[in-house]
Design a protein around this ligand. Structure first.
Ligand code: N01
Length: 533
């Protein structure tokens, strides 16, 4: 039987693919990465829309595995912008000479398992095929952009972009009539940046989100020295917190303290950088309806204070979900944008977009003319990137068939019926501060591969029993969360995608430490739930 072309094929050269390549080399394995884009970086390669930046502290986000790298790289801002992150990931690619094992401009369209030879065969767009013993998906959780389905979208004569397919050349908004559709974390970052020099901006909002100030600023030389001296502590803290951020829930419940104390605490959070207001709030804020309503009222008042036109302020205040039950977009003078005379907010729930025209778009009420339309309309999250590749496991069964009743995985990283396939950001893995989860998952997969090497094993398949136990735990974690009552990518809803209209338990909502504990027990137990042969 001919040996496969590679020991392992990795799909994707974002942060997870890059780190996995480094770890596979350390195991002495011959690996090849196939990447659709022309450079490394994944999310930070594709999402070059204006205003794209971290919402987690830069120094908690970068790779932690290399102490030398931590000292060599200096983040310039507490929440770094996309160009800097892309430069950082290229710096890492240079340092480790990663590109020699990465084939760019190569989209994987299919991957098929062959039981007789214990190999995966991967097909690229264009038809080329490559085989490997192991297949590692490093395809991201938010990497399959989705567009609305308005009639006439192709007819638009101006320029139109999805934020995740932003062109590499600079786009000028000066003197231009620009539309932004979508007000999630991406839309908010885009709007506040475009508004700086736009001719006229129209924001088409279907659902307002609860946003909170980012409070970004430059890192001073003193802070830089302090950060570089504290990396051990920074990453230790990320390891201990619920979602791997530097912030962690306050141990107090909302109504354990007086109203004055609550207000003071929330005021402090509102004026502090980063996600503290979301993931560092009172411990019951995302489970207790009354607590959540009071927090929502606090933020609603902030919006009323910041937006001059009371009618516009009310349009920006969410009414169908409470604070933090969807991802909280972090912003810099976002609400003040609506005080500009050249910015208009349109409620597309009241007056839906009916069609895109060659010169702009129409709503149920009006016709608009635009030079540029920006679609900040999000992603087919978590499973979308998997659906776009024709994965076939044992007996030719497709992953789509296996997941027809909802995605099922073993610790988010393996799927029964798909031997030797590992998902670095699969459904039901811990997400949170994603690079922290990526590093853990890459290490877990690499340890399993090392274990197989040592034991002379060639085939690993997650068992049904372990998968059922993991999925039961995933379902348990989601019980009682207010976020489960709300439509968002976090509950698997994307109204632009057929079959994604119903809420499901789409992600792991337990804590990252609990996730790791489960995975560690599996490893300590000799991977009993994984059939090794
Ligand atoms: O996507 P979203 P996103 N007509 O799904 C609207 C991460 N991220 O790209 O809410 C009209 O949140 C849609 O409206 P509705 C972060 O995890 C990280 O903004 O469905 N509107 C919504 O407003 C985030 O959560 C950073 O009613 C339509 C928007 O488009 C995730 O990426 C920065 C529409 C989509 O919002 C996704 O964020 C940015 C239609 N047909 C993002 N279809 C960092 O800081 C959709 N919409 C690292």
């Amino acid at each position: 039987m001919p040996a496969p072309d590679f020991d392992a094929i990795i799909i994707g050269a974002g942060m997870s693919g890059m780190y996995q390549l480094i770890r596979l080399r350390q195991l002495g394995l011959k690996a090849r990465v196939f990447e659709t884009g022309s450079g490394v970086g994944g999310t930070w390669y594709w999402n070059r829309y204006p205003g794209a930046r971290f919402d987690s502290e830069s120094y908690s986000y970068g790779f932690s595995f290399d102490k030398e790298l931590l000292q060599e790289w200096s983040w310039s801002e507490h929440f770094a912008p996309q160009p800097e992150t892309e430069r950082y990931l290229n710096f890492v690619a240079d340092k480790y000479d990663l590109r020699r094992d990465i084939q760019f401009n190569s989209r994987v369209t299919a991957a098929e398992w062959d039981e007789a030879s214990l190999t995966w065969t991967v097909t690229l767009e264009g038809g080329a095929k490559h085989s490997a013993r192991f297949l590692i998906t490093a395809i991201g959780a938010l990497s399959a952009p989705t567009l609305p389905n308005y009639p006439g979208m192709e007819s638009f004569q101006g320029r139109a972009f999805h934020t995740a397919h932003w062109p590499k050349e600079p786009i000028s908004f000066a003197g231009k009539r620009v539309a932004v559709i979508g007000t999630g974390a991406t839309g908010v970052q885009t709007i506040q940046e475009v508004a700086k020099d736009v001719g006229h901006l129209t924001v088409l909002q279907r659902t307002p989100n609860w946003c909170a100030p980012l409070h970004n600023r430059k890192i001073t030389p003193e802070e830089q020295a302090q950060i570089k001296a504290s990396y051990d502590e920074i990453f230790r803290r990320c390891e201990e917190t619920f979602s791997c951020f530097l912030h962690t829930p306050d141990p107090r419940a909302t109504f354990e303290v007086s109203q004055a104390e609550r207000e003071e605490f929330w005021e402090k959070l509102y004026n502090s950088p980063g996600f503290g207001i979301w993931v560092g709030n009172f411990r019951d804020m995302l489970t207790d309806r009354t607590a959540n309503a009071e927090m929502s009222a606090f933020v609603a008042n902030k919006i009323r204070q910041r937006v001059k036109d009371p009618k516009v302020a009310e349009m920006l205040i969410p009414t169908n979900h409470g604070f933090g039950t969807r991802r909280v977009p972090l912003e810099t003078r976002y609400y003040e944008v609506y005080n500009q005379p050249n910015v208009e907010l349109v409620d597309t729930r009241a007056t839906p977009i009916t069609e895109v025209t060659p010169t702009g778009l129409k709503t149920a009420e009006r016709e608009f003319e635009f030079d540029i339309i920006i679609y900040a309309t999000g992603f087919d999250a978590l499973t979308g990137a998997f659906d776009r590749i024709d994965f076939r496991g044992t007996g030719g069964r497709t992953l789509k068939e296996a997941w027809a009743g909802g995605a099922r995985s073993f610790v988010g990283m393996m799927v029964p019926g798909f031997p030797n396939m590992f998902m670095l950001l699969g459904p039901h893995t811990a997400l949170g501060n994603i690079p922290r989860s990526i590093e853990y998952n890459v290490d877990w997969v690499s340890r399993l591969l090392g274990h197989m090497q040592a034991a002379g094993k060639q085939r690993a398949e997650a068992g049904e029993k372990g998968t059922a136990a993991w999925m039961a735990h995933v379902m348990d974690c989601a019980r009682g969360l207010l976020s489960m009552e709300v439509d968002s990518w976090m509950t698997g809803v994307n109204r632009n995608v057929a079959g994604k209209q119903q809420r499901v338990v789409a992600r792991y909502t337990g804590s990252a430490p609990a996730y790791r504990e489960w995975c560690e027990e599996v490893a300590a137990d000799g991977y009993r739930e994984v059939a090794l042969a």
